[in-house]
Design a protein around this ligand. Structure first.
Ligand code: NAD
Ligand code: TYD
Length: 353
């Protein structure tokens, strides 16, 4: 048996592949285009491991996807590949429509053709697991209940709109063609291998370099934060026992305002890597807000707990401590991802703020 993972060189995908192969011996075929967000260094510990087959390619390439399905006959597709950063989607939405919508469509069509030709147990066991986000549900009022799986889709950014479109395609491929799909909608992840364009790794990397810590607007926007390996265990639970055609929210029961996240990261760095120049919080800088910035996300993950017994293993305190320590322990990884392209992005996103 084998699984096909897409986007397995990115932040969550690489954590998933590493955890998957640490838990068992079922091989992984990993299809990744290695965009700016894909990094084979995340998978360096798998070098020479025959259970991991890396394929450098695009999910929009139907012939390639067909070939991989025919050659490896995976029992499941676990689909992470996406353009994933809201700020980039504001500057250049086209790539989001291409990968998130057209790419998911291509995978669904290839999976449908493959699954349609399977027989017996191989056919009934096949799954297409689509990894999505809580951002498809839109923004919550301060006192509104957390998102359940029944919450209407109200995406507000080009990123969330493209993910919402992909979720709808997945739903329709089940409803119309019977493709055995599962969808997960998760809150904000953090942890090792997180590219430092997103809030938490950006704070750590900037603080260590003595650079400003940019807080959009008043910093009172709220997100639910989940340690990435808990997301991976949630996906494994859904893949193993989720009901076909269902969606499952995955979240950390951990709502926090951005400014509180900033203060916590600064306090941890003060403890673990004190700076002679003074507390890291001196670097906090309020900058112009993100256009259309969603004010609050919160996830109700009770369905996943009720049906499959999943709960996050980490608290925010334990997960953020591990995360900060990981960045302190991996200066080479950090240095390598701060390429010319990364510096260009910083200038695109922050210079005019
Ligand atoms: P990421 O940006 O770190 O990684 C995306 C990966 O997909 C990269 O390795 C990239 O090279 C690859 N990729 C991009 N376009 C591709 C294409 N056309 N063909 C093949 N590969 C391609 O993203 P992430 O944070 O790891 O997110 C993974 C998935 O989880 C995404 O679908 C995202 O929407 C979802 N998600 C992310 C979060 C989060 O907090 N990061 C939360 C909930 C859901
Ligand atoms: P981000 O990590 O980009 O994830 P998302 O937009 O998918 O939630 O941002 C998390 C929150 O942090 C979001 O409310 C935007 C805010 N933010 C900042 O305040 N400053 C920054 O430099 C970045 C990148 C994000």
């Amino acid at each position: 048996m084998t699984i096909l993972v897409t986007g397995g060189a990115g932040f969550i995908g690489s954590n998933f592949v590493l955890d998957w192969l640490a838990q068992g011996d079922e091989p992984v075929v990993n299809l990744d285009a290695l965009t700016y967000a894909g990094n084979l260094r995340n998978l360096a510990s798998l070098q020479g491991d025959a259970r991991h087959v890396f394929v450098h390619g695009d999910i929009c390439d139907r012939a390639l996807v067909d070939q991989l399905l025919a050659q490896h006959r995976p029992r499941a597709v676990v689909h992470f590949a996406a353009e994933s950063h809201v700020d980039r989607s504001i500057h250049g939405p086209g790539a989001f429509v291409r990968t998130n919508v057209e790419g998911t469509f291509t995978l669904l069509e290839a999976a449908r053709a493959h699954w349609g030709a399977l027989q017996g147990e191989e056919k009934s066991a096949f799954r297409f697991l689509h990894v999505s986000t809580d951002e498809v549900y839109g923004s919550l009022a301060p006192d509104a209940p957390a998102f359940t799986e029944e919450h209407p889709y109200e995406p507000n950014s080009p990123y969330s709109a493209s993910k919402a479109a992909s979720d709808h395609l997945v739903r329709a491929w089940h409803h119309t063609y019977g493709l055995p799909v599962l969808t997960t909608n998760c809150s904000n992840n953090y942890g090792p291998f997180h590219f430092p364009e997103k809030l938490i790794p950006l704070l750590i990397v900037n603080a260590l370099a003595g650079k400003p810590l940019p807080v959009y607007g008043d910093g009172r926007q709220i997100r639910d934060w989940l340690y990435v390996r808990d997301h991976c265990s949630g996906i494994r639970a859904v893949l193993a026992g989720g009901r076909v055609g269902q969606t499952y929210n995955i979240g950390g029961w951990n709502e926090q305002a951005n400014i509180d996240i900033v203060q916590k990261v600064c306090a941890l760095l003060d403890e673990l890597r004190p700076d002679a120049a003074g507390p890291y919080a001196r670097l906090v800088t309020h900058v112009a807000d993100r256009p259309g910035h969603d004010r609050r996300y919160a996830i109700d993950a009770r369905k996943l707990e009720r049906e499959l017994g999943w709960r996050p293993a980490e608290t925010f305190d334990s997960g953020i401590r591990k995360t900060v320590q990981w960045y302190l322990d991996h200066p080479d990884w950090v240095a390598e991802v701060q390429s010319g392209a990364y510096r260009e992005w910083l200038s695109t996103n922050y210079a005019a703020r």
